[in-house]
Write a protein that binds this ligand. Structure first.
Ligand code: PLP
Length: 361
């Protein structure tokens, strides 16, 4: 098989060991004679898969008992609606708009409540994060919303806003499980699976139990209430069984790697290698404020669209896949999630040097 490195922002590269194990188990899981895809979600075998996945996630992310773990379909985008529908109380919520996904969440929230932009980095083309210390939050806001890692722009909050008693809600889709996290700082956090968690098809929602309410936006469909998922252990209806099984495998892989502390070290080293190469280059530049650079998504440009296109084409030929930046910003972006090996970055950096030399820079 051709060796490639996949820098996709999501669905993204999965650990090879996980894929090989899943392949081995594809037709006959644990001597059941069935594929996990064919199993009833109410069967004993599947119940064990779900419970182990939850427990392993609780262990690796250090999730306290007063937080519920929910598996919900509809991607991270459905949370843009479920959050306001479920957390509404006074009818107000404050949003940090730091990119497209935060903007979408804000626009969606306006359908249900008085959503206010309290800080934005739009003026800076989303290349930075607002200084959280200088942001005024309404005292009667039902929650404060951030997108912690902005996948498209390669920015990350390095400090969380101090919201005092107001629940902090975070979209952590592209940074979850990349480093240790203090869950207690959040009221609710969610992540679409297709980056560091597993294949697409599920969103992991972690919510403080007191925020799971009977009283929600009126009307809220049953399937859009957190309470429905919490009361039925994410099995009110048929869950995405195979996706959850794969997520469970990734959680076990994370444990084997030494957990989030070990992954943080590895991810920081990988990101440093790439950022240093960009800084030392005469051709490539990273447009992101150095104080807020993501260790998961690294955008870079040459400043010349034709040259960017040439780089992307030649990189693909060299086995460096999906290095094209998001269609809204152009240039290049290397997404370097947990499963991207160090030699993937080394190969990319060597290719960048080579390209630069060939271009006579
Ligand atoms: N939020 C962030 C930070 C993302 O990166 C993405 C997708 O890449 C989304 C939300 C949307 O996720 P989904 O496609 O699962 O709805």
């Amino acid at each position: 098989m051709k060796q490639i490195y996949n820098f996709s922002a999501g669905p993204a590269v999965l650990p090879k060991e996980v894929l090989i194990q899943a392949k081995d188990e594809l037709l006959n899981y644990a001597n059941s004679g069935m594929s996990v895809m064919e199993m009833s979600h109410r069967s004993k075998v599947y119940e064990t898969i779900l419970q182990e996945a939850k427990q392993d996630l609780r262990d690796i992310a250090n999730i306290p008992d007063n937080y519920e773990i929910l598996f919900i379909q509809g991607g991270a985008s459905l949370q843009f609606s479920m959050v306001p529908m479920n957390l509404i109380k006074n009818g107000k919520a404050d949003y940090f708009v730091t990119g497209q996904f935060a903007k979408k969440a804000y626009e969606e929230a306006k359908l249900f409540l008085d959503a206010k932009v309290v800080a934005s980095s739009k003026e800076q083309n989303f290349t930075t994060i607002p200084d959280v210390a200088n942001v005024e939050i309404r005292e009667d806001a039902d929650y404060v919303y951030i997108c912690e890692n902005n996948t498209i722009y390669g920015t990350k909050f390095k400090e969380l806003p101090n919201t005092k008693d107001i629940p902090l809600v975070a979209d952590v889709s592209s940074c979850f499980l990349s480093e240790p996290i203090d869950i207690t700082k959040y009221g609710l956090l969610f992540a679409g699976a297709q980056k560091n968690i597993g294949p697409s098809g599920v969103c992991v929602v972690i919510i403080r139990k007191d925020l799971i309410r009977e009283e929600t936006f009126n009307p809220t469909p049953t399937m859009l209430k957190y309470k429905t998922y919490a009361d039925h252990d994410s099995m009110y209806n048929t869950p995405p069984t195979y996706t959850i099984y794969m997520c469970g495998k990734v959680f076990k892989w994370i444990k084997e790697q030494g957990g989030l502390v070990a992954l943080q070290k590895r991810n920081s080293d990988k990101a440093k290698l790439l950022y240093d190469a960009i800084e030392q280059s005469n051709l490539f530049k990273c447009p992101v404020d150095p104080n807020y650079r993501s260790i998961m998504n690294v955008p870079f440009v040459t400043g010349n669209e034709e040259l960017d296109a040439k780089f992307i084409k030649e990189a693909k030929e060299a086995g460096l896949e999906n290095i094209k930046g998001h269609r809204s910003v152009g240039g290049m972006r290397a997404s370097i999630y947990n499963a991207m090996p160090l030699d993937g970055i080394q190969t990319l950096v060597a290719f960048m040097h080579d390209f630069e030399e060939r271009e006579g820079k």
